[in-house]
Design a binder for this molecule. Structure first.
Ligand SMILES: [Ca+2]
Ligand SMILES: [Ca+2]
Length: 160
Protein backbone atom coordinates (compact mmCIF):
# COMPACT_ATOMS: atom_id res chain seq x y z
CA UNK A 1 0.00 0.00 0.00
CA UNK A 2 1.40 3.37 -0.99
CA UNK A 3 -0.30 6.72 -0.55
CA UNK A 4 0.18 10.38 -1.40
CA UNK A 5 1.56 11.89 1.80
CA UNK A 6 0.93 15.45 0.67
CA UNK A 7 -2.76 14.84 1.45
CA UNK A 8 -4.22 14.72 4.96
CA UNK A 9 -5.63 11.44 6.22
CA UNK A 10 -9.35 10.92 5.80
CA UNK A 11 -11.42 9.77 8.77
CA UNK A 12 -11.64 6.35 7.16
CA UNK A 13 -7.89 6.11 6.76
CA UNK A 14 -7.37 7.14 10.39
CA UNK A 15 -9.67 4.32 11.48
CA UNK A 16 -7.59 1.96 9.37
CA UNK A 17 -4.41 3.23 11.08
CA UNK A 18 -5.95 2.59 14.50
CA UNK A 19 -6.77 -0.98 13.52
CA UNK A 20 -3.27 -1.47 12.13
CA UNK A 21 -1.79 -0.09 15.38
CA UNK A 22 -3.86 -2.43 17.56
CA UNK A 23 -2.65 -5.39 15.52
CA UNK A 24 1.04 -4.63 16.14
CA UNK A 25 3.07 -7.41 17.83
CA UNK A 26 3.83 -5.48 21.04
CA UNK A 27 0.45 -3.75 21.38
CA UNK A 28 -0.70 -3.35 24.98
CA UNK A 29 -4.32 -2.73 26.01
CA UNK A 30 -3.24 0.62 27.52
CA UNK A 31 -2.92 1.83 23.93
CA UNK A 32 0.78 1.73 23.25
CA UNK A 33 3.48 -0.32 21.53
CA UNK A 34 7.23 -0.64 21.89
CA UNK A 35 9.46 1.38 19.59
CA UNK A 36 10.65 -1.93 18.12
CA UNK A 37 7.33 -1.94 16.22
CA UNK A 38 8.21 1.28 14.39
CA UNK A 39 9.34 -0.52 11.21
CA UNK A 40 5.97 -2.32 11.17
CA UNK A 41 4.15 0.97 11.74
CA UNK A 42 5.92 2.68 8.87
CA UNK A 43 5.20 -0.27 6.61
CA UNK A 44 1.58 -0.33 7.76
CA UNK A 45 1.26 3.34 6.87
CA UNK A 46 2.54 2.66 3.36
CA UNK A 47 5.29 5.16 4.06
CA UNK A 48 8.36 4.39 1.95
CA UNK A 49 11.49 5.02 4.00
CA UNK A 50 15.04 3.68 3.78
CA UNK A 51 16.21 1.30 6.54
CA UNK A 52 18.42 4.17 7.78
CA UNK A 53 15.49 6.52 8.13
CA UNK A 54 13.46 3.87 9.90
CA UNK A 55 16.39 3.30 12.27
CA UNK A 56 16.57 7.03 13.00
CA UNK A 57 12.85 7.19 13.86
CA UNK A 58 13.19 4.20 16.11
CA UNK A 59 16.24 5.68 17.86
CA UNK A 60 14.35 8.93 18.31
CA UNK A 61 11.45 7.24 20.09
CA UNK A 62 13.86 5.15 22.16
CA UNK A 63 15.77 8.25 23.28
CA UNK A 64 12.94 10.68 23.84
CA UNK A 65 9.94 8.62 24.82
CA UNK A 66 11.42 5.72 26.72
CA UNK A 67 10.88 3.42 23.76
CA UNK A 68 7.11 3.69 23.94
CA UNK A 69 4.77 4.82 21.15
CA UNK A 70 1.24 5.64 22.29
CA UNK A 71 -1.69 5.45 19.88
CA UNK A 72 -2.33 9.15 20.51
CA UNK A 73 1.24 10.21 19.70
CA UNK A 74 1.19 8.00 16.62
CA UNK A 75 -2.07 9.47 15.28
CA UNK A 76 -0.80 12.97 16.03
CA UNK A 77 2.39 12.35 14.05
CA UNK A 78 0.44 10.75 11.22
CA UNK A 79 -2.06 13.59 10.99
CA UNK A 80 0.58 16.29 10.53
CA UNK A 81 2.63 14.37 7.95
CA UNK A 82 1.02 16.17 5.01
CA UNK A 83 1.61 19.62 6.45
CA UNK A 84 5.26 20.64 6.43
CA UNK A 85 4.69 23.70 8.64
CA UNK A 86 2.83 21.67 11.26
CA UNK A 87 5.34 18.88 11.03
CA UNK A 88 8.23 21.32 11.49
CA UNK A 89 6.56 22.84 14.56
CA UNK A 90 6.00 19.40 15.98
CA UNK A 91 9.67 18.57 15.46
CA UNK A 92 10.94 21.81 17.01
CA UNK A 93 8.73 21.27 20.06
CA UNK A 94 9.87 17.69 20.52
CA UNK A 95 13.54 18.48 20.30
CA UNK A 96 13.33 21.24 22.90
CA UNK A 97 14.06 18.58 25.45
CA UNK A 98 14.42 20.81 28.51
CA UNK A 99 11.35 22.81 27.50
CA UNK A 100 12.93 26.28 27.76
CA UNK A 101 11.56 27.31 24.35
CA UNK A 102 15.04 27.56 22.78
CA UNK A 103 17.00 25.01 20.77
CA UNK A 104 20.43 24.52 22.34
CA UNK A 105 23.55 23.18 20.61
CA UNK A 106 22.91 19.77 22.13
CA UNK A 107 19.24 19.74 21.14
CA UNK A 108 20.19 20.85 17.65
CA UNK A 109 22.60 17.94 17.32
CA UNK A 110 19.80 15.44 18.03
CA UNK A 111 17.49 17.28 15.64
CA UNK A 112 19.90 17.43 12.70
CA UNK A 113 20.68 13.78 13.23
CA UNK A 114 17.08 12.86 12.43
CA UNK A 115 16.44 15.53 9.81
CA UNK A 116 19.55 14.77 7.78
CA UNK A 117 18.19 11.24 7.33
CA UNK A 118 15.35 12.85 5.37
CA UNK A 119 17.64 15.14 3.46
CA UNK A 120 21.33 14.17 3.30
CA UNK A 121 22.17 17.70 2.12
CA UNK A 122 21.61 18.87 5.68
CA UNK A 123 24.29 16.61 7.05
CA UNK A 124 27.24 18.48 8.48
CA UNK A 125 25.38 21.72 9.22
CA UNK A 126 26.98 23.16 12.35
CA UNK A 127 25.10 24.75 15.22
CA UNK A 128 26.80 28.08 14.46
CA UNK A 129 25.53 27.92 10.90
CA UNK A 130 22.06 26.99 12.11
CA UNK A 131 21.95 29.98 14.49
CA UNK A 132 23.16 32.27 11.72
CA UNK A 133 20.34 31.14 9.41
CA UNK A 134 17.53 30.59 11.88
CA UNK A 135 17.92 33.38 14.46
CA UNK A 136 15.46 35.80 12.87
CA UNK A 137 15.29 38.28 15.76
CA UNK A 138 19.09 38.20 16.29
CA UNK A 139 19.01 37.54 20.01
CA UNK A 140 21.70 34.89 19.58
CA UNK A 141 19.29 32.02 20.33
CA UNK A 142 16.98 29.94 18.19
CA UNK A 143 13.46 29.73 19.56
CA UNK A 144 11.06 26.87 18.78
CA UNK A 145 9.26 29.15 16.37
CA UNK A 146 12.48 30.16 14.60
CA UNK A 147 13.57 26.53 14.47
CA UNK A 148 10.22 25.45 12.97
CA UNK A 149 10.51 28.14 10.30
CA UNK A 150 14.02 26.97 9.50
CA UNK A 151 12.97 23.32 9.18
CA UNK A 152 10.02 24.28 7.01
CA UNK A 153 12.25 26.33 4.69
CA UNK A 154 14.76 23.45 4.45
CA UNK A 155 12.03 20.90 3.72
CA UNK A 156 10.47 23.07 1.05
CA UNK A 157 13.84 23.71 -0.56
CA UNK A 158 14.43 19.94 -0.59
CA UNK A 159 11.14 19.29 -2.38
CA UNK A 160 11.74 21.64 -5.30
CA1 LIG B 1 15.88 23.88 24.94
CA1 LIG C 1 16.15 34.22 18.19
Amino acid sequence: MSRDFSKPYTQEELEGLKTMFRDLPTYKPGGWVKASDIPAIIQGMGYTRTPEQVGAYQAHWEDHYGGVVTLEAFLESASVLHDTAEYAKDYALRFDKNGDGQISAEEFKALINVISKHDPKLEGITFEHFVEEADLDHDGQVSIHECAEWIRAKCEAAQT
